[in-house]
Design a protein around this ligand. Sequence first.
Ligand code: ADP
Ligand code: MG
Length: 480
Amino acid sequence: MSQARLASCVPLPLENKVLVNVIEKAKDWALMHGVGMRDRKHFNKDVIQIAPFVLLPSPFPRTEFMKAVELQPVLNELMHKVAHDDQFLEQTLQNALQVDEFTKNLYDIWVKVRNEGITQSLCLGLFRSDYLMQRDGNKIKQVEFNTIASSFGAITSNLPAMFRYILRSMGYGDIIKNMPENRALSGLCAGIIEAYDLFGVPDSLVLFVVEEVSYNICDQRFHEFHITEARPDIMVIRKTLCEIYEETELNDKKQLLLEGKPVAVVYYRSGYEPAQYPSSREWDARLRVERSSAIKCPSIHYQLAGTKKVQQALAIPGALEKFMGAGASSGRVRDIFTGLYSLDFDEAGERALEMAIADAERFVLKPQREGGGNNLYGEDVREALLRMRHSRERAAYILMERILPPLVSGYVVRPGAPVPPPLTDLVSELGIFGVIIGTKDKIYSNRQVGHMLRTKLADANEGGVAAGLGALDSPYLLDM
Ligand code: ADP
Ligand code: MG
């Protein structure tokens, strides 16, 4: 049955007086519980403002939510295996590497470190698999799989409590049971702590790799606060790649030394896009970290496995079966894939190119990039493909069928925006967090640890919260 709109958790619209009153309460709750961000326009380290959020939790079908939750360990293991299959990664990335310098730089570090001999075979993955629902049938489809700097686990862990407060203050305390608890923060931190203990060197450090300026500071600091609260013996230090270049060294045991102490775990919250490597120093720092005995989150082959190109290659018939066997699991994973096409110079690539030029609205064109704002939609897809038709550049992109999610009505609360906001049509993207720790041959831990929902205006192409487009949300589960 097709359904273009999901019912909101309470009857809408709200009366203006109610709306103004509850938004004031909600904003204060948000500010006082770190549902916040730094202001890009008037940057001031002393000031945190509210992060954009929706006033009410958005509806999400319970069965699809549970499906995503249950699939997470399956996907964690799949990506772990993909990352350890040298030949598959080589083959899959081969053409994109010729024309994408960023991916090539990552790839070169991977090859170099492999040739030298891997010092640390343990990997830590703090992953997030993202989904939109396809409105025709309301089934989840995977948007992408994040293997580096998967964000918003911390802030969104606070959101069920915020929505409980909002709903209760509006007299809807009876429906809060439909909001699942979210323990993403403690789950993600438990992964870092477990990796620290496996490293097993007393007095070693956890190093967070951060941007020059962290706008999404709450989300990052909560991890640090949580780790140091749970384990006072663990020291967390934040450094940029440039500082890592200047302040760290490798000793003869290949330990990464910072302030004279070995680093046990390196957790990247930066390092996923070209702008974060402005000079060769950042690349040298990355190489040094990869060479070291520190457990990397992610190690470079996890990052390569998280490329869009790999996602597309896994959708080729037979690819999932190669990693997962022909059983039920591969069928369940295939079910969440939407159309994914390579644009390589071969018969399949030509076919995909012609198909998208003829009907561009149906597709999204994606380069090998993370962090939002890089994809092309609609007429831009056609233009780009016509321009790249005979150029090798096109191999750096994949083509993906556009997912059209069901609409939900809601109010978005933004810093500095007029109150009350208009009632608008929104769409939601679900992210499920997963933790995996293991070597090529042995998996020590593999679990689903929590979720995030972010919601954007229905007519916006992308909804990155850090980019200022989306709003933080938490699912309100519907039994449909
Ligand atoms: P990034 O690595 O930049 O986050 P994504 O693949 O997640 O790249 O795309 C960014 C955003 O674009 C998504 O959060 C989603 O809002 C939108 N998007 C991506 N792929 C699709 C798709 N196939 N259909 C509809 N929207 C999409
Ligand atoms: Mg994304």
